[in-house]
Design a protein around this ligand. Structure first.
Ligand SMILES: [Cu+2]
Length: 122
C-alpha cells in the first residue's frame, strides 16, 4: 500500500469507530412496553408494569402514578428479576378516570432517563 492508501484506510477505520461509538451512545434505554399500555382504556388494573430495553439500577428506578386531576396514587414499586421490568402493585384497584404514569430510571450504563404516559380506566 502507498502511504496515501494507508492513511485513507486508517481514516475510514477511525470514522467507523466513531460511528460505532455514536450509535452506542444513542442507544439509551427505552420504555419497550407497559401494562396498561400508553393511551389504552382498560378495566381497573391491580398492577402496573413497565418494561425497558436495558437493565435498570433498581435503587434509582421507579415510577409514580397520579390521577390526571392531580392526586398521587399509592403504588408499591419493585424492579423484577432480570432487571428490565418495574412492577407497581396498587393498594386498591383504580377508580375510573385518566391516569398519568411518570417514570424515572437509571440504566446499567449509568444513564438517567425519564418519561411519562397516560392511560384511562373505564
Ligand atoms: Cu444509555
Amino acid at each position: 500500500m502507498t502511504t496515501k492508501t494507508t492513511s485513507t484506510v486508517l481514516a475510514m477505520i477511525a470514522a467507523g469507530g466513531l460511528m460505532l461509538a455514536a450509535s452506542q451512545a444513542a442507544a439509551h434505554a427505552k420504555l419497550v412496553s407497559a401494562n396498561p399500555a400508553p393511551d389504552a382504556t382498560v378495566a381497573a388494573p391491580k398492577a402496573i408494569s413497565l418494561k425497558f430495553s436495558e437493565k435498570l439500577e433498581a435503587k434509582f428506578s421507579s415510577f409514580e402514578i397520579a390521577k390526571a386531576s392531580g392526586g398521587a396514587v399509592p403504588v408499591k414499586i419493585k424492579v423484577a428479576k432480570g432487571g428490565m421490568v418495574i412492577d407497581g402493585a396498587l393498594a386498591a384497584p383504580l377508580a375510573p378516570g385518566a391516569y398519568k404514569v411518570s417514570w424515572r430510571v437509571v440504566t446499567a450504563d449509568a444513564h438517567r432517563i425519564n418519561g411519562a404516559y397516560s392511560f384511562t380506566v373505564r
